[in-house]
Design a protein around this ligand. Structure first.
Ligand code: HEM
Length: 519
């Protein structure tokens, strides 16, 4: 279709179009013909016929009531009929992949003129490529699926698989060998936890919490036990299917009976008399991606303790969606296992050593959650800074109010402290063996996660105060704030409740308390 021919007009000409049936406005030097749209306008017709708006420059009024994205929607973009002669737009749209220039909207290492000891040129090139991909492919799908509740589009899952993204989200390791990562941008042996952190932090910018978990969150936590404890046969079958996005897996541990206290699990697995199969009975609750998973990495109670068993969807396995505060796109499930027959070869790790299998993954899982939580807060801080700068109250921008600045100060400080602590821990992960990480980082990661999610909740509350009623409205200016405030609880609970993790951090530290110290 040929591009629409735009008129070039003067402000005086626009001013003549100020009545019913002939209504134009100027928004940032662009001229919109609202003559027919006026009766469809969600904000009503009267506001558009106002003498300060009709035929006038409505830029300030528009941006105090609408998000930029309104004008990007094709049905609204087509209302533009021209541009003001000899003027250029003042409001800049970020191109896909571009960094925000809003202060503190990007972590320090991505802020012009600042330095960091942790990131190489390769990390920077990698971040650029990942952001572009996320902006172009993930963000639009994330916003749409969070709304309609359907699972992440297979086209997105496939596009991520083609870049090796599902594999990279498992962290550095042997599973990357031979893969072309981000079109060859990073060599498998050079991929480190900072690369992984970049992927997580970029994805979370889609600002769709349920979708973020729906987008293979189950794989991030459900596949590592296969990679680390599965037999060669199991690995050879499952890993390629899942990392190519053809099949889906989830981690099935929590139950109605037991959440953070995994010792309380009641799902049982008993051997058949011939010893060739497990018979699994029980239920699982709040299982991310469970509604569409093909495989379930399942914590079971067995004769001599706990055992983790890989269960394939089939006879006796049923999954039902659980309605949570975020979207059904996450696939949060209640699962019933009813006399499910599973080959003993599907046992992950030693029989009776399931606690070890489950615990071994917790550090990475919690660290992943920290990476996301920290970045999500930054997006909210950016929203608040933008809003407080453009919103006028009593004739002045909100940023003129000391109470608003005090809230921004706290939000920024939380972004900076959590990111800096996260980078410190990530650096340790890069320089420690998996065993060392287990010994030395469980406590610090527990404390970091506790602090990240506490900070997130404080930021959610502050943001809601800054946005007022808009912060509790699902559409419009404050929609990201409403979403964040509604879903922050997930961060504080998933992967171990905040209080439990704080306590874990202190208990780990107590173990290292020298017996010979006194005040
Ligand atoms: C191209 C021009 C415009 C388009 C496409 C447009 C579109 C919209 C849309 C989609 C909404 C719903 C917002 C949401 O919930 O996301 C809305 C609300 C509104 N619009 Fe417009 N609008 C335009 C111009 C204006 C102008 C110039 C004014 C000037 C006062 C205005 C005043 C309002 C008001 C008062 C609301 C209700 C806001 C609220 O509920 O907080 N609109 N408009």
């Amino acid at each position: 279709m040929a591009a629409k021919q735009m008129k070039v007009v003067t402000r005086e000409e626009v001013a003549k179009h100020n009545k019913p049936g002939d209504l134009w406005v100027i928004i940032d030097t662009k001229v919109f013909d609202l003559s027919r749209f006026v009766n469809l306008h969600p904000g009503g017709a009267a506001v558009l016929y106002n003498a300060d708006i009709a035929g006038q420059d409505a830029t300030e009024a528009f941006y105090s009531l609408h998000r930029q994205e309104v004008l990007l929607k094709p049905n609204y973009a087509r209302l533009q009929v021209g541009n003001i002669q000899d003027e250029t737009p003042q409001i800049k749209l970020l191109a896909p992949g571009e960094l925000s220039q809003v202060p503190y909207a990007e972590p320090g290492w991505l802020t012009k003129g600042y330095h960091s000891p942790y990131y190489t040129e390769n990390h920077r090139a990698f971040q650029k490529a990942v952001r572009k991909f996320v902006d172009e492919v993930i963000v639009p799908d994330g916003q749409a699926r969070e709304e309609d509740g359907k699972r992440a589009s297979q086209s997105v899952v496939d596009a991520m698989a083609a870049l090796g993204m599902h594999a990279m989200r498992m962290g550095p390791g042997k599973h990357l060998k031979g893969l072309k990562l981000m079109n060859g941008l990073v060599k498998p042996e050079e991929f480190d936890y900072f690369h992984e952190m970049i992927i997580n932090q970029e994805i979370v910018r889609c600002a769709a919490r349920g979708y973020g978990d729906g987008l293979m969150g189950g794989t991030v936590i459900g596949l590592p036990p296969i990679l680390n404890f599965g037999s060669p046969e199991i690995k050879a079958k499952i890993v390629p299917e899942v990392l190519s996005g053809k099949k889906f897996i989830c981690l099935a541990i929590s139950e109605a009976f037991a959440g953070s206290d995994v010792m309380g699990l009641q799902t049982t697995a008993t051997k058949t008399p011939d010893g060739k199969h497990w018979i699994v009975n029980g239920t699982k609750k709040w299982i991310t991606n469970g509604t569409f998973a093909d495989y379930f990495t399942t914590g079971c109670k067995t004769e001599d303790g706990f055992t983790v068993i890989l269960i394939e969807r089939g006879e006796g396995v049923e999954t039902k969606p659980i309605k949570t505060a975020y979207s059904a796109t996450a696939g949060t499930a209640y699962i019933t296992f009813d006399n499910v027959k599973v080959p003993v070869e599907n046992t992950l790790g030693q029989e009776g050593a399931g606690i070890f299998v489950m615990l071994s993954n917790f550090n990475h899982e919690r660290w992943v959650m920290c990476t996301s939580s920290v970045r999500a807060q930054r997006t909210i801080t950016e929203e608040c800074f933008k809003w407080a700068s453009q919103r006028k109250v009593f004739g002045k921008a909100l940023t003129n109010q000391a109470v608003i600045r005090a809230k921004l100060a706290q939000m920024i400080a939380r972004c900076e402290t959590t990111q800096t602590w996260l980078e410190h821990i990530t650096y340790q992960m890069n320089n420690m063996s998996y065993k060392e990480q287990a010994a030395k980082l469980a406590g610090p990661i527990g404390l970091l996660k506790m602090y990240c999610t506490q900070a997130g909740q404080d930021t959610a509350r502050d943001a809601q105060m800054i946005f007022g009623g808009r912060g509790i409205t699902r559409t419009g200016m404050g929609r990201l704030i409403e979403h964040y405030h509604r879903t922050i609880g997930f961060d504080a609970l998933l992967g171990g409740a905040e209080d439990v993790l704080g306590d874990l951090g202190v208990r780990q530290a107590m173990r290292n308390m020298p017996a010979n110290v006194r005040l």
